[in-house]
Write a protein that binds this ligand. Structure first.
Ligand SMILES: O=C(O)CCC(=O)C(=O)O
Length: 245
């Protein structure tokens, strides 16, 4: 459970990081599932649907797996673990949410660039796909660190307090860094996490990450929950309504 101060931190600074939430053994189970996903992706290229999950492979390297829990049910189980959903319930002030995202980012050496963005853009803010029905973002993204995130392996970076301005309609180009006078990248703070730590952030928090310049992967396991009624977009997987607490 989050304290009142942590909920405040989430809505003011835009993110909160909880330490040592999943044990080394549990992270080991997630790692094994990710290794099996990598095995399933061997020989694939581009965006490929397999076993209900969507694999994205570029130049032979697995970049991410969306709705990973279809191919690896253990990841669906962890994605709905109370240690994620209870804080999500507190943040959303809802007993239920649509489980939209259940995704692994592998960030293998040399890869894994994610330009500065707000998740509200990905959700479809300003289109028929998305409505901020609770007026507080209506969405929470949770990121479990599977590997240690260091300065060299492309850690997730947040722009603190960027959420305060709401949706900023930042320019979109997947492969180029986002340049906008609406935020200053020099304000970015890296989320240096240990395996088992979890970051929670809202849809208006500007975040991104650079290429992994180390020689090991920087894997994270991401689960996203939308306030009932906010989403109308079809996601890989079922995006079903789940009970949070
Ligand atoms: O894996 C990363 O570094 C980026 C994650 C991200 O951008 C997101 O979850 O929206």
């Amino acid at each position: 459970m989050l304290s009142a101060a942590q909920i405040d931190e989430f809505y003011q600074r835009g993110y909160v990081i909880l330490r040592k939430i999943f044990s080394a053994e549990e992270i080991g189970e997630m790692e094994s599932a990710i290794a099996r996903l990598q095995h399933q992706a061997l020989g694939l290229e581009g965006k490929v649907e397999k076993e209900g999950s969507e694999f994205v492979i570029q130049h032979g390297l697995l970049e991410r797996v969306s709705w990973a829990g279809a191919a690896e049910p253990v990841l669906l189980r962890y994605g709905r673990d109370a240690r994620l959903t209870s804080p999500a319930a507190q943040i959303l002030e809802s007993y239920h949410a649509h489980h939209l995202i259940n995704q692994v980012h592998l960030k293998l050496p040399g890869g894994g660039f994610y330009r500065w963005h707000q998740d509200s853009g990905h959700r479809g803010y300003g289109t028929a796909d998305w409505e901020d029905v609770n007026g507080k973002g209506s969405y929470v993204q949770t990121i479990i660190a599977v590997d240690e995130a260091t300065k060299d392996n492309g850690p997730l970076m947040f722009i603190p307090y960027s959420c305060k301005a709401g949706h900023l309609d930042l320019p979109y180009d997947k492969n180029k860094q986002t340049v906008s006078d609406k935020f200053n990248p020099a304000d970015a703070v890296p989320a240096l996490m240990q395996p088992g730590d979890v970051a929670f952030f809202g849809p208006y928090t500007i975040h991104g990450s650079e290429v992994n310049t180390s020689d090991k992967p920087r894997r994270v396991f991401i689960n996203g929950f939308a306030y009932p009624g906010a989403n109308r977009k079809k996601y890989p997987g079922r995006g079903e309504l789940v009970r949070l607490v």
